[in-house]
Design a protein around this ligand. Structure first.
Ligand SMILES: Cc1cc2nc3c(=O)[nH]c(=O)nc-3n(C[C@H](O)[C@H](O)[C@H](O)COP(=O)(O)OP(=O)(O)OC[C@H]3O[C@@H](n4cnc5c(N)ncnc54)[C@H](O)[C@@H]3O)c2cc1C
Length: 508
């Protein structure tokens, strides 16, 4: 520790995506601190987590790494959002797209969407399916990437798909080149000092590693935060039933879709994530509703891979969060701090936010724990906001074909926050305005909540059974479609954007 209190050495335990992201961020902000990453040869990384939110772009911008450098090395593609299929059986609402925000949304398209949603909530006929209102939905449906031509003044936020092992490898090489020290070893014991803080870790072979500050990136094991410091883990199993996944790659296609696809299956949902060289697929399910063998068979069936001998990987998921993410001289990042299931691909975003906010609070508090309580509150609010949005998918699902979907729909163990949002959806005069006025929404804007609820067709019956659009409403829809189509002329095909990366990848 320096005389200013600033740590001289930070030891990150774990070299998965979380560990190497943390290393890059800490090293960029505090180049004078020695940052070491300890990874084990005997214990692998989780090796999943291949879809992101726009936070990953913010991360790469923060550490000064260009897309042209990392994307080809990680077989990465662009992502406009997520399409949901089969979560609702209401005619006309069998699928919908949840887009990332675009600047055109708030200019014109979202106010129209929210107005029509409100009319439909009153029982009046109005076109309220979200797919007609968002530029990025159009981009995804037409295989266009999210990068606008320079002459188009409105940007679109976007995420990525990538090979998680390659991303970890890329970040580790980058971090090491910038001065981060990589240490290979397996922790067998975490040693505490008399004040209960961590003093060192003992490795197999009996070496010990000391540091002033520790970052726990040891994955679901959470060796430091939950193991040594005994920080409580608060499970989310009461309202998120999925606790396992089976993962299976499949062949790439000629056209690479710029979206993640989420398809509801009998006892959970399957992701389909397009990389430049393969699809990553996985079935996230509840093990108390279906066993691992049946889940694997269903995923294979869904992918047309019943006869394939490609091996599947099975994983268990511990869903919930630690009570505090920064305790004494330890910060937990990644799966060691908690995990909300992957439906909205938010884990990497939470890791990034955790490190970013920690650095701010640590600096502001003069490198003391002064800001730890505020920090923990902020991160917990983030976790719970995301959890509620994901729980909402399950609560309002419109399938009743298996006990799994019925159990989800009948679940009454909702947070007060989610209950208020669902109440507002049914009873308020202006859903979006009241959400904003009451600071509800968490990590998601009212338009995202409206998109989810409208996307599954969660509306009261129409007041008149002969509902049809007025000529004025039809004209308005035509104008909107034309506006979005003309905006989209400024975006290039996804395959074209990836062509340089694919060419580079094929010569690697
Ligand atoms: C089914 C599933 C799907 C997911 N999908 C997404 C997604 O689409 N988007 C997203 O953002 N996130 C997703 N995630 C989460 C994502 O995988 C993780 O957030 C991300 O990979 C970071 O993991 P990690 O680095 O925390 O842990 P890990 O990758 O498990 O790394 C743990 C590290 O700790 C080391 N370690 C463990 N024990 C020891 C020890 N005793 N001594 C030394 N080192 C040790 C290991 O060697 C390893 O390096 C998903 C997770 C699951 C389970």
């Amino acid at each position: 520790m320096t005389t200013t209190g600033k740590p001289e050495k930070i030891l990150i335990v774990g070299g998965g995506t979380a560990g190497w992201m943390a290393a890059c961020l800490l090293n960029s902000r505090w180049p004078d601190i020695e940052v070491c990453v300890l990874e084990s040869r005997d214990i692998g990384v989780v090796g999943v987590g291949e879809g992101s939110t726009p936070h990953l772009k913010v991360f790469f911008d923060a550490v000064g790494i260009e897309e042209s450098e990392w994307m080809p090395k990680c077989n990465a593609t662009y992502k406009n959002g997520i399409s949901f299929h089969g979560w609702s059986s209401i005619p006309g609402f069998e699928s919908y797209f949840h887009p990332f925000p675009a600047q055109t949304d708030d200019l014109l398209t979202v106010p129209l969407f929210l107005r029509n949603v409100q009319a439909r909530l009153r029982g009046d006929y109005a076109h309220a399916h979200p797919d007609s209102y968002f530029l990025e939905t159009y981009l995804a449906q037409n295989n266009l990437g999210p990068l606008a031509d320079e002459c188009f003044p409105f940007g679109a936020a976007y995420g990525y798909h990538f090979d998680s092992k390659l991303l970890g490898q890329f970040l580790s090489e980058k971090a090491v080149a910038r001065g981060v020290k990589r240490i290979i070893g397996t922790v067998t014991e975490v040693l505490l000092s008399t004040d209960g803080a961590i003093s060192s870790v003992r490795l197999a072979g009996n070496d010990t590693l000391e540091a002033d500050f520790f970052v726990d990136c040891s994955g679901f094991r959470s060796l430091l935060m939950q193991g040594a410091l005994k920080t409580r883990f608060l499970g989310f199993e009461d309202n998120l039933f999925n606790d396992a996944a089976v993962v299976l790659p499949s062949e790439t296609s000629t056209t690479i879709p710029p979206e993640t696809r989420s398809t509801a299956l009998s006892n959970g949902w399957a992701w389909k994530i397009p990389l430049t060289n393969r699809y990553g697929n996985g079935y996230v399910y509840s093990s108390s509703h279906i066993d691992a063998d049946r889940a694997e068979t269903e995923l294979r069936q869904n992918l047309g891979l019943l006869e394939s001998d490609t091996p599947a990987r099975h994983l268990n998921m511990k869903v919930g969060r630690v009570a505090s993410h920064w305790t004494k001289n330890c910060l937990a990042v990644g799966l060691s701090q908690g995990f909300i299931e992957p439906l909205e691909a938010t884990a990497i975003a939470l890791s990034f936010e955790t490190v970013r906010r920690f650095m701010l609070h640590f600096e502001r508090g003069g490198f003391t724990n002064q800001g730890a309580d505020d920090f923990n509150r902020e991160i917990n609010t983030k976790f719970e906001g995301i959890r509620d949005y994901i729980v909402c998918h399950y609560k309002v699902n419109q399938r009743r074909d298996t006990a799994y979907w019925r159990d989800n729909a009948e679940n009454t163990k909702l947070s007060e926050h989610l209950s208020r949002i669902l109440y507002l959806w049914q009873h308020s005069e202006n859903f979006a305005q009241e959400m904003q006025a009451n600071h509800l929404g968490g990590s998601y804007q009212p338009k995202s909540w409206a998109c989810l609820l409208a996307g599954y067709g969660v509306f009261p019956p129409l007041r008149s059974s002969t509902g049809s659009p007025t000529a004025e409403a039809s004209q308005e829809q035509d104008q909107l479609a034309d506006f979005i189509r003309r905006c989209a002329l400024n975006f290039r095909p996804h395959n074209e954007l990836l062509a340089p990366a694919v060419a580079e990848q094929s010569v690697v």
